[in-house]
Design a protein around this ligand. Structure first.
Ligand code: SAM
Length: 284
């Protein structure tokens, strides 16, 4: 039996832990996947790592060996007891018993960066799947001072997040990710790599935050609203979707804009690049 599986079972027995499904608790038990997450995060000794949902501390243990500081954010109080016990000898370990969606990450990072020993901040996590999208959108939209986000997510979500706008597998979220980051897939992870097994295959992905957003746009909010509306009616043409949702005042206005941008009348949302959505936004 893999050492990591033995260790996980030992900790779960010792503290009488049963995985809490509601909190998305699927504990990683695959050495190779842990290794790949740590390797691809390229952790340096003056990095601050923010780990979301450390659980029993499988990734945390490796992060603590490499990073200048590790701040873990965990909602489950049972895990907090274990983590405090397990890592009490590490002076680079800090834990917050909080819902990550409610944490003021901007301020946290600002405070930590005042320490001259911290150069870069990275997020590493095996995410709770019931809130994958809100967590990723929070990390991106709050424009945090981050280098990379390396996270385990459901494979289907990974495909969406790392898709290339204008090609297949895109959704509105593909454009948000592409605006803020360069996304790539790191490793596919089978269900058997966790206890308990999740219902779906997983994938580790990495988002490298851009220094500047991919396109320059005066009204970012409007652009994302247009993209959202275009994709809520994805079976329709872009013209119909944006007319029905009153983004275009009427079909004539829509047709004129499409013509000016050399886009065919029956183009669909998923065929557009981020730059083309930005141009439509500017026209409006
Ligand atoms: N990192 C561990 C691992 O790889 O084995 C556990 C990962 S498990 C998929 C997700 C973790 O996120 C759980 O420990 C769960 O308690 C925690 N969690 C769930 N909701 C959370 C929230 N809103 N804020 C912070 N942590 C949360």
């Amino acid at each position: 039996m893999e050492a990591i599986l033995q260790e996980t079972k030992f900790i779960m027995n010792k503290y009488h832990i049963k995985a809490n499904k509601k909190l998305g608790q699927n504990f990683l038990i695959n050495d190779k996947v842990v290794e790949e997450i740590i390797k691809s995060s390229e952790i340096k000794e003056n990095d601050l790592i923010i780990e979301i949902g450390p659980g029993l501390g499988t990734l945390t243990k490796e992060l603590l060996e490499k990073a200048g500081k590790v701040i873990c954010i965990e909602l489950d109080t049972n895990m907090i007891t274990i983590l405090k016990d397990r890592f009490k000898l590490y002076n680079n370990f800090e834990i917050m018993n909080e819902d990550v969606l409610k944490v003021d990450l901007k301020n946290l990072i600002k405070q930590e960066k005042q320490n001259e020993k911290i150069h870069q901040v990275k997020v590493v996590a095996n995410l709770p799947y019931y809130i994958t999208t809100p967590i990723i959108m929070k990390l991106l939209e709050e424009k945090l001072d981050l280098e990379t986000i390396t996270v385990m997510v459901q494979k289907e979500v990974a495909d969406r997040l790392t898709a290339v706008p204008g090609e297949k597998n895109t959704g509105a979220i593909t454009y948000s990710v592409n605006y803020y980051a360069e996304a790539k897939q790191i490793i596919e992870v089978e269900k058997q790599s966790f206890i308990p097994e999740p219902e779906v295959t997983s994938e580790v992905i990495q988002l490298k935050i851009r220094k500047q957003p991919k396109v320059q746009i005066t009204n970012e909010k409007l652009m994302f609203n247009i993209i959202k509306n275009a994709f809520t009616q994805r079976r329709k043409t872009l013209l119909n979707a944006l007319t029905n949702t009153n983004i275009f005042q009427n079909k004539e206005q829509g047709l004129e804009i499409l013509k000016e941008l050399n886009l065919k009348e029956n183009i669909r949302a998923e065929e557009l690049t981020l730059e083309q959505f930005a141009k439509i936004t500017e026209k409006l």
